[in-house]
Design a protein around this ligand. Structure first.
Ligand code: MTE
Length: 308
């Protein structure tokens, strides 16, 4: 194989999957994978290491079927059952723009990007601002790796991320009262924090479209709306941008959106959350339980502005 096995076949550029003298022939590779599967080893276990630093010890993994069919993806509708409609999104070829305050603006093919990074699996909690939550094994790489590849200028203070714009594929984008395309942003300190993760897979499989294929963000200490899906651009800027939900309802969905049970949403309490598929609600934790990791990023934890 011209690439180490930590890159899974679906992340290999097409030209590397088929051609000429592969060290391990295609049939032999398929045979080896079948043997692994037969031995009860998932491809993910064989190919992408789970990083034991990121676990959700006290919580159960959310059932895969539930997590992949109960989604927020307004591009495909403002309800949760968008999985079927989202299958219309073509995720290859997929290009990603790196732009704004960087040494050199560039456009990258996603498979070329994936060939430059090391993938790992991490278990993260996700707490939606609507008070439901899930625990998901994501495959991906640190957002900090992409920032390093982009080489931002000293003047860059924020990283803005943007979802695709294609109203023919995504009927939700015909709803003219939303400020499409979906955008989100982080400070550079947040974007380079080790927890900020770019996701390309879930449950040991390629990311389903419903969850934001081919590449989405996971920032587990913030409300789920910060974890933008199906990203096509990363833009480095100096001034804090206004993002999708902030533009729609600034008093309800702010820029910071760090999880905090003591700062209620204007229309509901944030004290508890409903884990998908479980019967009991559980208490919500500040920074979704990641306070020891991220509290230092925020100068005044008593200031409610950081929590909506
Ligand atoms: N990204 C885009 N492009 N469009 C969206 O509607 N919804 C957000 C976030 N990212 C959304 C998005 C919200 S509100 C949440 S809670 C999470 O995605 C949900 O991720 P999931 O569907 O994988 O659970």
């Amino acid at each position: 194989m011209p690439r180490p096995l930590r890159h899974r076949p679906w992340q290999l550029p097409e030209r590397l999957v088929t051609p000429e003298p592969l060290v391990l022939g295609r049939r032999a590779l398929l045979g080896a994978l079948a043997a692994l599967a037969g031995a009860g080893v998932r491809l993910a276990d064989a190919a992408v290491p789970r990083n034991p630093r990121y676990t959700a010890d006290d919580r159960k993994l959310t059932d895969e079927k539930l997590a992949t069919t109960y989604n927020n993806f307004y591009e495909f509708g403002s309800h949760k059952q968008i999985a079927k409609a989202a299958e219309a999104l073509k995720t290859r070829p997929w290009t990603i723009r790196i732009e704004g305050l960087v040494e050199k603006e560039t456009t990258l093919d996603i498979d070329d990007l994936l060939a430059k990074v090391a993938l790992e699996e991490r278990i993260y909690r996700l707490r939606c601002v609507e008070a439901w939550s899930m625990v998901v094994p994501w495959t991906g790489f640190p957002l900090a790796d992409l920032v390093a590849l982009a080489r931002p200028l000293g003047s860059a203070k924020y990283l803005v991320m943007q979802t695709f714009l294609d109203a023919r594929t995504a009927p939700g984008q015909r709803a003219f009262w939303y400020p499409w395309p979906y955008t989100e942003a982080l400070t550079l300190a947040e974007a380079t924090h080790e927890l900020a993760f770019l996701v390309t897979g879930a449950y040991g499989k390629p990311l389903p479209n419903s969850m934001g294929a081919p590449i989405r963000l996971a920032v587990p200490w913030k409300y789920g709306f910060k974890s933008i899906k199906s990203i096509v651009a990363f833009r480095f800027v100096e001034d804090r941008p206004e993002t999708f939900w902030e533009e729609i309802a600034p008093h309800e969905y702010g820029f910071w959106a760090n999880v905090n049970p003591d700062v209620p949403h204007p229309r509901w309490s944030q004290k508890t959350e409903q884990p998908l598929g479980e019967s009991e609600k559980i208490p919500t934790k500040i920074f979704n339980g990641y306070g020891e990791w991220v509290a230092h990023l925020y100068p005044d934890l008593r200031d409610p502005v950081y929590f909506r």
